[in-house]
Each structure stands twice: as structure tokens, then as C-alpha cells.
Design a protein around this ligand. Structure first.
Ligand code: ADP
Ligand code: MG
Length: 630
């Protein structure tokens, strides 16, 4: 073949580009609304006819264009949004390639009417494939109107691939929903021919969601607001009752741009995992804000997908943000936690009302153990943690103290308890000041069902706690704190234990050796033999070997299915394996400690795998069943 290389005429180049940019009428709507938003419009109307095949008409009140800009706008690579390579690294606008109008002009009849506020009159451009654009003065409002008629009329192959009007229209309305949810401060009006689909006035995100999803959603939205050093996560998730069988109710925005990402969807799903049916997908509208330089939006023809410098960081922030939101929400309906409860099981106690603030005891308020006499907070080292299930016996003295400390909470802790157990409970400060006879205070009533579930009377009914899931949550958080060096979790074994490792166990142990040590394990490895000299406090004596081995197995399993980091996996594996099992009988004191420990965690309602920990039965439920009207 005689090869002659030549540069393609602009029109053909535009048609090729159009193949990438404009796949269906929805793509046109997306590109044009993006342009209106980039032009700073606060009102955007979209009218489509014939599912966008006959006409797509967009009206905005944005900046408008001068005659010069208008004449360039439809040229390929014509953009006002970036100038330099550096600009490409930090894109603040939705568009930047300068391809949309050129592409649309190559496959449809395009008309643009535009006027800048300062101009006396506006301009009208008419473009037809293979013809010179015509521009003439035109009387019009400030802003821009664009008409796209007869889409794909000159590309029959493309037209053939379009779906039914119903399907094509559905794509358009999904895109319109995405826009409307991304900018609650912008008014969007959307018409299907003469029928109004929606008209949403400027408001906040919550009201925008309610306006679009219906009044019913009002009581089901849970606010998400989470900041990590490099990323900010805000928005709303729907309670499990709002979940759908498809992913249609999932809206992600990265710096205001709608994106889709399976991995990030999973990050949101993860904390919901066991609150939802297998095939349900939670509803959410989530905004991710991240430094523009830390993300590349130029990796997908329609920019639906983006590339993060550090996707795992975003994943973790999302999961954590959602999990915190779930934890704050009234998923158990009747129990409202107004504040986060105390993180530490330790309580500072003044020796006597007259003693100086420096002269205090550090008491483990759950076991009653006196840890240290402290003068400044830095001096105490947390050598011990509540060793609820490690078989340690508490002395009579500490038993006695336990009775008291059970009712002595820090203010935050106390408010959580107040929410649960009503206002009759003693106020911490009062209890301290009066040093009153605490024995006479009402006790938390607990009861164990089939050695599995703990029933706790609350002021509104009864709360049922899954003992294994609860303990798993507690140990998971303890492990994380230990690995963050917030306290020493390890205890030395009087008699070191030697065990043999398989090759795979050996390599895994080496991989996570440092974190295992921080967690409280202490060991030396010699060939295939490992000598365990210390274990975390919550590992029962005699179970050192099985604990370590089971944690390794669990860790490996999680590594394959979870995206979270090593420490998180290790903490979850530890929680899962060291937690008290279902079927284990607990004393009343153990149950109370478990309840208190649980509500001192950051997420009492879900275990590290997202399974529910607490189920609430309100009294009215009982009243109804017994035919009482309350
Ligand atoms: P891009 O959005 O990538 O810059 P487009 O082809 O979509 O490329 O638009 C080309 C240029 O036309 C834009 O950069 C902008 O300056 C101008 N433009 C397009 N639509 C509008 C609008 N609705 N209002 C004001 N200016 C617009
Ligand atoms: Mg554009």
C-alpha cells in the first residue's frame, strides 16, 4: 500500500473526538450543564425533546461570552479554563479540554445565544457541520442559551446504537439528579418536553436531597462530616431503610465533580455491611474535598473516573466518616447519644474534696483498680487495662470501689448514660462532691439470655447487646490504641510458651512483627520456633498459642477482603479472636463492665465488621403488644 500520512481535516478530527465525548444525548446535557456551572450560573434550565435526540436546550444566567470568545468557543481545543501545563495539574473547573462544543458542533445543529452583563446586546452563533459558523448580534438576557438539534443526524451508525427514548431519557434525568445534588445552591429546572420533571430552589444539601428524594427521606438522613489532614468528607447517608437493590442512589462528588468508583462505594458500604441485606446498597450523597493537585481528573473521556495519589487514604477517611456518622445516628432509634462518650476507661479521682487538683488517684473506673497516684497527666503510664475476661480477681476493696465508680462517669460518659438510663442516675460531680452513699443509687439492671445476649433496662425500654460483637468492638479499639502507643497492652508471661510455625505463618509474622509487638505480644523467633513471652492483657492464660495462630489466620483472611490498612486488620483480627464467645456465661458485674466498656468506645452500635451490637426494644412496643395505649 502506498502510504501517505496527512493531517486530518478539523471536521473529521472533531467527529472522532465526538465519538469519545458524546456517546448519547445524556453526554451533551452533561457537557453543557458543566459549562453553565463553570460560567458561574446560579440558575440552569434544561429542556429536552425526544429524549434529547430532537432537542436539548439549556438556559443559564452565567457569565455569558463576548463575541470573540463565542467565535472561538466551538473550535477544537478552545478553552478559557486552562493555559499551562501547571493548570492541568490543578483543575478547578468541570471542563478543561475545550472539546465539548467542537464535538457537539460536528454531530448536530448547534445554536448559542449569549450576552455578557456589561454588553449592551448579545450574540447568536449558528453552527452546522462542514459550514462556517455564523455570528450575528442578538437581543438576549445575560447568560447563555444553547440549542442542540438533531443529534447524530449525520452519524447514522451512532444513532443506531441509541436505546429507546425511555432509556436515553433515564440517563439524562440521572445526570440532572447528579447535578442538582452536587450544587444545592443552584436552582435547576428540568423539563421533559412540556412536562416539568423538577424545579429545585437554592437550599442546603439536606433540603435539596429531600426535595429530590421525597419527604419520606427527611427522617432517614444521617449527616456525615469528617475531616482528616488531607481530605474532608461531608454529606448524607441514608438509614438502612433507604437502601436500594441497585446502586442508583449513590452519589459521590470529588471537589464538586460527580465521579463513580467501585472502591470508594465499598468504603461507604463497609460500615453498613451487616446492617443491610446482601444485595442492598446504601443511599448516599457524599462530597470528598481534597487538594486539587492530589488527584488526576484527566484519566477518563467523560471524566467519570479519577485517579487519586493516595486512594487508600481516601478510602479509610470515607469508611471512618461513615462509620462515625452511623455511630452518632439513632440507628437503634430510641437511644440518642448526644455526644461521643469517653474514650478512656480511666477516671481521675480526688482523694478528698479538700485535696489539691494535683493530688488525685487514677482509677480504672470499670475494675476499680487504682492505677497510680498522679501529679501531672504525663506521669501516669497505663500499665493495665480492664482485664475483664482475663480471669483476674478484684480485691474486696476494689470491688467496693467498683460499686462506686460504676456511678462515677466523666461528664461526656455520663450524658451517654443519662440518655440510656434516664436522669435519675447520679451526676458525676455530685457523686464526687458529696461522696454520698452510692449503694443506694439505682443500679443498671442486666440479664443474660442463653449466655449470648445481654438485656439492659433503659429508661425507654430494653436494650439487647450481643456479647461477642460488643466485646469485639471494645478489643478492636483497645488494640488500635495500643498500636498507636496510647497505652501498654502487654503482660509478661511467667512461663514463656514455645510453638512451632508453618512457613507461611512465619513470613506473615515477620511482616507484621512491629505491630504485633505494639499490640502487646512479645516473642523471639528462632527458625521455625517462636517463643512467646508476652501477650495482650485480654488474652486468657493458656490460650497464647491459639490466640496468636488464630489472629494470623484471621489477619490473612481480612487482608484479602478488606481494603483497610494492616493495623486496622490486625486490630479487627485480634478483636474477633480474643473476644468472649457466644455461650460464655457472665456474672452481673462482668455484664455491667461490658456495657460500660462498650459505651466508652467510639462506635458502640457496630462491631468492626459492621454487624450490629445493640438492638433496642422500646417500651411502647411492649405496651402495644399487651394492648395498652400509652
Ligand atoms: P471546556 O469546557 O473544556 O473549556 P467547551 O468546548 O465545553 O470546553 O467550551 C469552550 C469554552 O466556551 C469554555 O472554555 C468557555 O469559555 C466557553 N463557554 C462554553 N459554554 C459556556 C457558557 N454556558 N457560559 C459561558 N461560557 C461558556
Ligand atoms: Mg466544557
Amino acid at each position: 500500500m502506498n502510504k501517505t500520512i496527512h493531517i486530518l481535516p478539523e471536521f473529521i478530527a472533531n467527529q472522532i473526538a465526538a465519538g469519545e465525548v458524546v456517546q448519547r444525548p445524556e453526554s451533551v446535557v452533561k457537557e453543557l450543564v458543566e459549562n453553565s456551572l463553570d460560567a458561574g450560573a446560579t440558575q440552569i434550565s434544561v429542556i429536552v425533546r425526544g429524549a434529547g435526540k430532537q432537542l436539548i436546550h439549556i438556559v443559564d444566567n452565567g457569565s455569558g461570552m463576548s463575541r470573540e470568545d463565542l467565535s472561538l468557543a466551538t473550535k477544537r481545543h478552545a478553552t478559557s479554563k486552562i493555559m499551562t501545563v501547571q493548570d492541568l495539574e490543578r483543575i478547578m473547573t468541570l471542563g478543561f479540554r475545550g472539546e465539548a462544543l467542537a464535538s457537539i458542533g460536528a454531530i448536530a445543529h448547534l445554536e448559542i445565544r449569549t450576552r455578557q452583563e456589561t454588553d449592551e446586546f448579545g450574540w447568536k452563533l449558528t453552527a452546522e457541520p462542514l459550514k462556517e459558523d455564523s455570528i450575528e448580534p442578538f437581543k438576549t438576557e445575560t447568560g447563555t442559551q444553547i440549542f442542540v438539534r438533531n443529534l447524530f443526524y449525520n452519524v447514522p451508525a451512532r444513532k443506531k446504537f441509541l436505546r429507546s427514548d425511555l432509556t436515553e431519557f433515564r440517563h439524562i434525568s440521572e445526570t440532572m439528579l447528579k447535578f442538582a445534588l452536587s450544587r444545592p445552591n443552584v436552582r435547576f429546572t428540568f423539563f421533559d418536553a412540556d412536562a416539568l420533571v423538577f424545579d429545585v430552589k437554592p437550599s442546603d444539601l439536606e433540603h435539596r436531597i429531600i426535595a429530590l428524594m421525597g419527604e419520606k427521606s427527611a427522617s432517614q438522613l444521617i449527616k456525615v462530616d469528617f475531616s482528616a489532614p488531607l481530605v474532608k468528607i461531608t454529606g448524607y447517608i441514608g438509614q438502612p431503610s433507604m437502601a436500594k437493590q441497585s446502586r442508583t442512589g449513590q452519589y459521590f462528588y470529588l471537589n464538586g465533580r460527580s465521579i463513580s468508583s467501585r472502591s470508594l462505594s465499598h468504603a461507604v458500604f463497609f460500615p453498613f455491611e451487616h446492617l443491610l441485606d446482601k444485595n442492598s446498597h446504601p443511599f448516599f450523597v457524599i462530597n470528598i474535598e481534597i487538594d486539587h493537585e492530589k488527584v488526576d481528573v484527566n484519566v477518563h473521556p467523560q471524566k467519570h473516573e479519577v485517579k487519586f495519589d493516595d486512594e487508600r487514604m481516601v478510602y479509610n477517611a470515607l469508611s471512618q466518616g461513615v462509620s462515625e456518622a452511623l455511630q452518632r445516628s439513632n440507628l437503634t432509634r430510641e437511644v440518642h447519644f448526644r455526644e461521643q462518650v469517653a474514650q478512656s476507661p480511666f477516671e481521675k479521682m480526688q482523694l478528698s474534696p479538700s485535696s489539691t487538683p494535683n493530688d488525685v488517684l487514677l482509677v480504672n473506673r470499670l475494675t476499680g483498680e487504682i492505677i497510680n497516684s498522679i501529679s501531672t497527666p504525663k506521669q501516669y503510664s497505663l500499665q493495665s487495662t480492664p482485664s475483664l475476661f482475663s480471669g483476674q480477681k478484684t480485691s474486696d476493696y476494689s470491688q467496693n470501689l467498683l460499686q462506686k465508680t460504676l456511678h462515677t462517669f466523666t461528664p461526656t460518659h455520663q450524658s451517654a448514660f443519662e440518655a440510656l438510663f434516664g436522669n435519675e442516675n447520679p451526676v458525676a460531680s455530685e457523686a464526687k462532691e458529696q461522696n454520698s452513699d452510692l449503694e443506694s443509687q439505682p443500679e443498671i439492671t442486666v440479664w443474660q439470655l442463653h449466655n449470648k445476649y445481654i438485656f439492659v433496662q433503659t429508661d425507654k425500654g430494653v436494650m439487647i447487646i450481643d456479647q461477642h460483637n460488643a466485646h469485639e468492638r471494645i478489643l478492636y479499639e483497645r488494640a488500635l490504641k495500643a498500636m498507636n502507643k496510647q497505652f501498654t497492652y502487654g503482660q509478661h508471661l511467667l512461663f514463656p510458651v514455645k510453638i512451632e510455625l508453618s512457613t507461611s505463618e512465619q513470613s506473615l509474622i515477620k511482616e507484621i512483627e512491629d505491630d504485633l509487638m505494639l499490640l502487646g505480644f512479645d516473642f523471639t523467633i528462632e527458625g521455625m520456633i517462636i517463643e512467646i513471652r508476652g501477650v495482650p492483657l485480654d488474652v486468657h492464660s493458656g490460650e497464647e498459642e491459639s490466640a496468636l495462630k488464630e489472629i494470623l489466620v484471621q489477619f490473612e483472611e481480612y487482608q484479602q477482603i478488606r481494603h483497610s490498612d494492616k493495623r486496622d486488620n490486625l486490630a479487627a483480627s485480634f478483636g474477633c479472636k480474643a473476644a468472649i464467645k457466644s455461650g460464655h456465661k457472665l456474672s452481673a458485674i462482668e455484664m455491667r463492665r461490658l456495657v460500660e466498656d462498650l459505651f466508652a468506645t467510639s462506635t458502640p452500635y457496630v462491631c468492626p465488621h459492621g454487624r450490629p451490637v445493640v438492638v433496642d426494644f422500646p417500651l411502647v412496643e411492649f405496651d402495644n403488644r399487651f394492648g395498652r395505649t400509652s
